[in-house]
Design a protein around this ligand. Structure first.
Ligand SMILES: Nc1ncnc2c1ncn2[C@@H]1O[C@H](COP(=O)(O)OP(=O)(O)OP(=O)(O)O)[C@@H](O)[C@H]1O
Length: 271
């Protein structure tokens, strides 16, 4: 359980990202039902709940994949409710995907370099087509990308094709690519999915270090132990609604959370 307080994640730290009265309806189904929560600067916040609770939909509203039926999303004090996905990433909201999305035909290093600012990436892609002529900006990107690969423990695979790497390593490359944009918030959609125990533990240590260094993290994850270890605060959804919010000890002992995971809907309790 996360006990050591990150001073940057103090309760009075400024709000970085906020969902306010978020509602998402799909026809007659209310997938997200009046959900509000904040993520403060320096915090690691987890979003959990049984299957179908509305976690992915909420994540999609935050990243801009889906539009809200009503309610708002704010980032750095700006209302971004209708801001398109690519603008949100340019504003500093970096995300990873439930299913890893990388360019299998490019090298590990090239994939990380694609995470840099779009203007540099355009130059990078253009120079790839021009027989990979390397400009000064690109050399700087490559050096930084190598640092990020060192951080995730994959520097020795920098020049291998991504398609040749196992799933766990591809997940780390995706995180390195997200970090390349120097995000204000890292949004992680089930980062431990498909990882073995050792890989999950390594990923947890890495995210913990990033957060200790000040990076704000919002994470959707089925692995409750992973969330409890990493997160200062946990938001629990059930049937689209927020049923609890607090530190690991608070949500674990909340009767509504226990019922949602272990009660009549016990078929979902594995998650
Ligand atoms: N595009 C969509 N169209 C219709 N219904 C949807 C759509 N996306 C999600 N839903 C429904 O909204 C509800 C919430 O789904 P969501 O995927 O957000 O839950 P979740 O908590 O992420 O679930 P899981 O843990 O199984 O991934 C579910 O009943 C789901 O079937």
């Amino acid at each position: 359980m996360r006990t050591q307080a990150n001073p940057r994640a103090a309760i009075d730290a400024p709000v970085l990202m906020s969902v306010q009265r978020g509602v998402k309806r799909f026809g007659g189904l209310c997938a997200v039902d009046n959900v509000s929560f904040d993520v403060r600067e320096g915090e690691a916040v987890g979003l959990i709940g049984p299957n179908g609770a509305g976690k992915s939909t909420t994540f999609n509203l935050i990243t801009g994949v889906d539009g809200l039926t009503s309610g708002d999303v704010f980032y750095k004090g700006a209302r971004i409710t209708g801001t398109p996905l690519h603008r949100r990433s340019a504003m500093g909201m970096a995300r990873t995907f439930q299913i890893v999305r990388l360019f299998g035909g490019l090298t590990v290093l090239e994939n990380v370099m694609l995470g840099f600012h779009p203007a540099l990436v355009d130059g990078f892609l253009a120079s790839l087509l021009r027989m990979r002529r390397v400009a000064a900006d690109e050399r700087r990107c490559a050096a930084r990308a190598m640092e990020l690969l060192q951080f995730v423990g994959l520097a020795q695979r920098a020049h291998d094709l991504v398609a040749h790497l196992p799933h766990g390593q591809q997940r780390l490359i995706e995180i390195a690519r997200a970090l390349a944009s120097e995000p204000g918030i890292l949004l992680l959609d089930e980062p431990a999915a498909g990882l073995n125990d050792e890989e999950t533990a390594a990923l947890g240590r890495m995210l913990r270090q990033l957060n200790d260094d000040g990076l704000t993290i919002l994470i959707v994850e089925h692995d409750i132990g992973f969330i409890m270890n990493l997160c200062h605060r946990i938001v629990v959804l059930d049937h689209g609604a927020k049923i609890a919010e607090g530190d690991a000890a608070t949500v674990q002992s909340d009767p509504k959370v226990i019922e949602a995971y272990l009660g009549v809907r016990g078929a979902h309790a594995q998650h």
